[in-house]
Design a protein around this ligand. Structure first.
Ligand SMILES: Nc1ncnc2c1ncn2[C@@H]1O[C@H](COP(=O)(O)OP(=O)(O)OP(=O)(O)O)[C@@H](O)[C@H]1O
Ligand SMILES: [Mg+2]
Length: 332
């Protein structure tokens, strides 16, 4: 039996504003996001250009301080740490992979990979030995003396992955890791991710436009204008949505409302969509179904099912036996 999973990353109420003196003013890049990633979980972030994906990743990984909101990395609140503590926590927990390999140009592949260990004080020979082992594993064993400009894009990206892995992070934050690669190399990189996810329980938060990469994730979050607008996948946690007050519409068109919103709109029922346009929906309860809720009075169980009008009689059922809608409370 697996142990209870812990959160490797959790953030609440994340806002980020890029201050600007330019005419177009400040840019609000993140608008109150809640994110949770469990140990060993792979989550994709998708969304159009400018929606805040890179900003989110930087805030989550401690590369940038969000304007508001807190981030917990490996259950420690980043804002409460001193500079040194934060560096240590990041070194021990998280690695970044960027779209461009971001290697140090003057160092060869081996030393690029060994460098994060050197920062942790590991002796040079030991760091190099580990680096060589990782490069071997990623099929780059023969190229460890090459400097970045002598390597192809895919080779550079494999070096940057080795560099990300050498500290044995529990979480990898990757920003378009295959964006600069051809499809075959992308697939190789993806296979490395899958292997790490499956066999070493590394958690991933991956920004991607690539469908294959997104499908490797256990779920994906869709970002638009600094807000999550949808969550896709089999393992969707409704609890997250109750906090963030988002609504999911899945591929089959099923809408899921958080319970508090359902209560607020007067419970289950039939709704019309008076106007339809892209990206906006407006629900309006069908007139005959409206339950008049008086301001005063005690809350009692509704005598009828609001969805199919089933008569509950004197019973205390909580769910309609005819249509499965939950039974609302109404003012008596
Ligand atoms: N350093 C910055 N200064 C000011 N505005 C910025 C800065 N970086 C990003 N922005 C703005 O913040 C918003 C979100 O940018 P971000 O880079 O997070 O988007 P993204 O989803 O990663 O886009 P892409 O898919 O193009 O990489 C955009 O409107 C962008 O113009
Ligand atoms: Mg980006």
């Amino acid at each position: 039996m697996a142990n209870k999973l812990n959160e490797i990353l959790s953030a609440s109420g994340l806002y980020h504003v890029y201050e600007s003196k330019a005419e177009d003013g400040n840019v609000v890049a993140l608008r109150g996001l809640h994110v949770r990633v469990m140990e060993g979980e792979a989550v994709a972030i998708v969304g159009p250009s400018g929606s805040g994906k890179s900003t989110l990743l930087k805030c989550l990984g401690g590369l940038m301080k969000p304007s508001a909101g807190g981030v917990m990395l490996n259950q420690r609140m980043m804002a409460r740490l001193t500079g040194n503590e934060l560096v240590k926590l990041r070194q021990e927990t998280v690695s970044f992979i960027f779209q461009d390999a971001n290697l140090l140009n003057h160092l060869n592949a081996l030393d690029n990979v060994a460098q994060p260990l050197r920062h942790q004080g590991v002796l040079p020979w030991e760091a190099r030995k580990k680096a060589q082992k990782l490069l071997d594993r990623l099929g780059m064993g023969e190229r460890s003396n090459g400097i970045p400009e002598e390597l192809s894009g895919g080779e550079q990206q494999r070096v940057s992955i080795a560099r990300a892995l050498i500290t044995k992070p529990k979480l990898i934050l990757a920003d378009e890791p295959t964006g600069a690669l051809d499809p075959i190399t992308s697939r190789e990189i993806l296979n490395i991710f899958k292997d790490l996810h499956k066999n070493e329980a590394v958690a991933f938060l991956v920004v991607t436009h690539n469908r294959e990469v997104a499908s490797f994730a256990d779920r994906s979050l869709e970002l638009r204008d600094g807000r999550f607008v949808a969550q896709h996948g089999t393992d969707v946690d409704i609890g997250d949505l109750t906090v963030s007050r988002e609504i999911i519409i899945d591929e089959t068109g099923t809408v899921t409302l958080p319970p508090d919103i359902l209560a607020k709109i007067g419970g289950a029922g039939r709704f019309e969509l008076p106007k339809l346009s892209k990206d906006i929906i407006n629900f309006e309860r069908v007139e005959s179904d409206k339950i008049v809720i008086e301001e005063k009075g005690e809350l009692v169980l509704s005598p009828n099912c609001p969805a199919c009008r089933y008569d509950y009689g004197t019973g205390t059922l909580q769910m309609c036996p005819e249509c499965g809608a939950s039974r609302p409370m109404i003012k008596s």
